[in-house]
Design a protein around this ligand. Structure first.
Ligand code: BEZ
Length: 240
């Protein structure tokens, strides 16, 4: 991808199923090689529009408060904005020393925050969306699996803070789908029924429809579900 090409700069958008584009960057936790050094972990790469802004501050405090929940899922966090390193450091210090918000205070952001003044990474990941802003990244979320493959992409506009229950749910649902070879229905949460793949033959479909596969319930031939207890889901997806 040539991010110096004007057209590719802002239209390139890494897609689900593709390898996460590689880059080296300076962060508040030192230099990182992405996604290389995250091999073996899930990772959420996310962007925010600007340091010292209110929605971003509420998001960073929430991400930092939930870092342990993501860690239980073997999922690391990496933030990015097109601000410089000293701005990042000053903002994160202000958050820790001064901001008391919704019961969150003295919050230390320990995950890396990438400085991207040149917008090189932001452009590579389609985070600059000129209809929204030419100079700030939108709120992008890339969920990347332990092999460095992009598994979910979510973009939010500048004014809309992310829903962190949803981000945790996305990671849990992807991991559950991988662990049990199932899909997850609308609003799925651990403990809810999951969707089993469509039967490969008419015989199996008929057995399912006739209720002969005890753990499977079919709503029609193409729509069958089964229970996976919450404990079994957590045993499969949580880091030991
Ligand atoms: C915010 O984080 O509050 C924000 C940042 C950029 C534009 C609008 C809101």
């Amino acid at each position: 991808m040539d991010i110096h090409n004007e057209k590719e700069c802002c239209t390139a958008m890494p897609r689900i199923g593709e390898k996460a584009p590689a880059f080296k960057a300076v962060t508040t936790q030192g230099e990182i090689k992405f996604p290389e050094q995250y091999e073996g972990s899930w990772v959420i790469l996310f962007s925010h529009p600007a340091d010292f802004t209110p929605v971003c501050t509420s998001e960073f405090m929430t991400f930092a408060s939930l870092e342990g929940e993501f860690a239980k899922l073997n999922c690391k966090l990496v933030g990015l904005s097109v601000d410089g390193l000293y701005s990042h450091i000053a903002w994160l210090r202000t958050i820790k020393e001064k901001i008391d918000y919704k019961g969150m205070k003295n919050i230390e952001v320990k995950f890396p925050l990438i400085e991207d003044i040149t917008m090189e990474v932001a452009k590579m990941y389609g985070m600059i969306q000129p209809g929204e802003s030419n100079t700030k990244a939108v709120r992008a979320v890339f969920v990347i699996d332990p092999k460095g493959i992009i598994r979910t992409v979510i973009y939010y506009p500048l004014s809309l803070g992310r829903n962190f229950d949803e981000l945790l749910r996305v990671v849990m649902a992807l991991q559950t789908a991988d662990a049990f070879s199932v899909a997850t229905p609308a609003d799925w949460r651990p403990g809810d029924d999951v969707i089993v793949p469509t039967a490969g033959s008419c015989g199996v479909a008929k057995e399912r429809m006739d209720g002969k596969q005890a753990d499977i319930t079919c709503h029609d031939w193409f729509f069958c579900t089964k229970k996976i207890p919450k404990e079994k889901v957590f045993a499969a997806i949580q880091k030991k």
